[in-house]
Design a protein around this ligand. Sequence first.
Ligand SMILES: [Zn+2]
Length: 426
Amino acid sequence: MGLYQNNPIFSHLAPATALTLAALALTLFLVGCGDRADSESAHEFLLPWPVADSAEGEYRLQRVQVKGLEDPGRLRGSRAEILSQVQGFHSGRMSGRLAEPRLAQKDGLWVPKDDRSSMAVALYAHLDRLVRLDEVLTPSRHLRRPRQAAFELKVQGGRYNQAVYQPKIDAIYFSPYRMEGLSLAVNGGVIAHEHFHAHFNEFIIKPLLTQHRQENLPRLNSSGALALRTPADHNWALLRAWNEGLADFWAYIYGEGSPFLGQSLMGMSACRIGGPARGGQGLQVIIPGKVQPRFFHPREKLTQEPQTLITSCDLYSLGSRFTRLLQSLAELNAVQRPAAHGGQVLTHYQAMGALILEKLPQVYRSLGPSFAQAEWDPAELLVLFFQDEDLSRESCFLLNQALDWDPERREMLQEVCPSETLEVTD
Ligand SMILES: [Zn+2]
């Protein structure tokens, strides 16, 4: 453990040093059992890793089985690839230096020797697992592989503390992290969030760009705000908010409801809760997952303050209300999916993940053609997601509540919920 003392990534992970041998042995046993049938190459690393079922989204140094690497010192597998330096772009992909972590080996355990090495391996391990999760949720359709990510990238203008999915190169990059908390490139929740943007890009944004030229799409002004003048402005704002909200929800799917997104104090965390963070404690205190959301509509803000523009902060805020709603529905076990390929039974969160990936193309087919003509109602997205699902009374009640008991929207909900479940009760 001495390796990690005085190391900025791990400075807040003091409990890790108290990790007992018994706990390590238990982790080893659990990991070993789950993977016995898989003959693919696997190496064991000591990594900062989310603690299973932690209500606080805690991270500790743990033994983690990492799959798909021929050589543990070169982070390229068939599902994920990590670059430590980007030299250029070829055929829409990043090219550069492959991450080669510095490692020590002891009794079959690979221990990263420094911060950068640890970060690179953790990033690979999460990305590889996210692709494997996609394979379980939608066996017949997948994103281009290997998924690429680069870390500690010096970005133009010297920006820090950013995690970005860049659609032009279909890759994720992280700029150097200089804030408190867990480094973004080690945070499985943040990696899951960025990974989801690739799905949204593939099924929603790309088809939209084949219909509308990029330069005709609405743009945020220099201070990051958007005026909602046309239906396209409004729908673009809604798409951006859904993209962010669903990406946050993907972090919860990956972490099975654990709030580990909040372990890194990101610049946008205050926006995600629709107001200033209370007590500076970040997301984890304020998004408990069970808050009943009031569904937010971009127009509502303009109605109240006609001169106000929609800022990117508003878009995160709008998206996070959607995240909370999906979390609450996942916890109500709102949708069911049969066991996946290989007999794996899907959890409540994973069933919602399968639903989202299944319905995204349909969302575009239904809403895309009217992008520039008519303002979409947020309720339409919910109806498209939950059509043909056998929703419980509790789930319908929650959806109705989320839409503010609005009679017009309730009419839309009748497409997915029997009308007796939509009665207003005190
Ligand atoms: Zn995002």
